[in-house]
Ligand binder design. Structure first.
Ligand code: 13P
Ligand code: ZN
Length: 267
């Protein structure tokens, strides 16, 4: 028989790692007000250690059927909640929900106290999870949406195609091609919070672990909170360099195409 976890769900590694990454986004300046949201598809075995802390009667209909996610548990941020407050009161700002066996609704089993709902971007998160599960044979578990400052700024200046945005960012740091070899997917501006932007994001994120929402932010995916955060952080660093380069009058030299090919061969 499994021993009861002595320290409780607030000390679970999935919880502490998520809270750390959320606070890091605040410190980075990407999370003004309630900007951004996170979802973590939890390993059922790991959730199993805390079942005695998970109970709930609040069941909410989903925007659409997500049969692929039936029975999955997600740790999510609350709608309207400020990232800077998560560290102070995780239970009021985060929640754990379970998708029903028919994929049509979910039940809140922990957190999101005082009637708070999961993030308004739940359609984009859940549909993106389905895409990344397919793309990575199930190893992808975390989706982060954040308002990364310089990536947003560049969406006003660079031509909004996947090829163009990707090439500019790759050129700004040698590590970029290695960290996001499949490039940054760019979708058109769309109204946030709905299923249509969720479908567009999910289609793009199946091919690119990082997707740009022009004039708004990015969606990044990874195996764990660190990997999803690291991906966005790397692209945002390149975007910061590019903003400086453009402010200094533009590039005078860069990584050449043959150097990129050499780099690709090396990794
Ligand atoms: P939520 O507070 O509902 O998560 O919305 C924040 C956001 O960034 C919307 O795109
Ligand atoms: Zn947003």
């Amino acid at each position: 028989m499994k021993e009861k976890n002595a320290t409780g769900i607030l000390s679970a590694p999935f919880m502490t790692k998520t809270i750390k990454v959320i606070n890091d986004m605040w410190l980075k300046g990407w999370a003004e007000r309630n900007g951004g949201n996170v979802s973590y598809r939890l390993d059922k075995n790991k959730v199993g250690e805390y079942l005695d802390e998970l109970s709930g009667v609040r069941t909410i209909q989903l925007f659409n059927e997500v049969r692929e996610l039936a029975g999955e548990y997600f740790l999510v941020t609350g709608s309207g909640k400020y990232f800077r407050n998560v560290i102070l009161d995780p239970e009021a700002n985060l929640g754990i929900l379970k998708i029903a066996d028919d994929g049509k609704s979910y039940t809140i089993l922990w957190g999101l106290t005082n009637g708070v709902k999961p993030t308004s971007e739940l359609p984009s998160h859940l549909l993106s999870h389905i895409s990344r599960m397919r793309a990575t044979n199930g190893s992808s578990r975390v989706i982060i949406h954040t308002h990364a400052t310089n990536l947003i700024a560049l969406s006003y200046v660079l031509e909004l195609t996947t090829e163009n945005f990707t090439k500019w960012l790759w050129e700004m740091s040698t590590e970029c091609l290695v960290v996001f070899p499949e490039g940054v997917g760019v979708i058109p501006w769309m109204t946030p919070g709905g299923e249509p932007i969720g479908r567009a994001t999910a289609a793009a994120i199946e091919k690119h672990a990082l997707v740009l929402w022009p004039f708004h932010g990015v969606f990044g995916a990874g195996r764990d909170p660190d990997e999803a955060f690291g991906l966005i952080d790397t692209a945002e660093k390149a975007a910061t360099i590019l903003v400086k380069v453009l402010s200094m009058g533009g590039k005078r030299q860069t990584i050449t195409d043959s150097q990129f090919r050499e780099l690709a061969r090396g990794f």
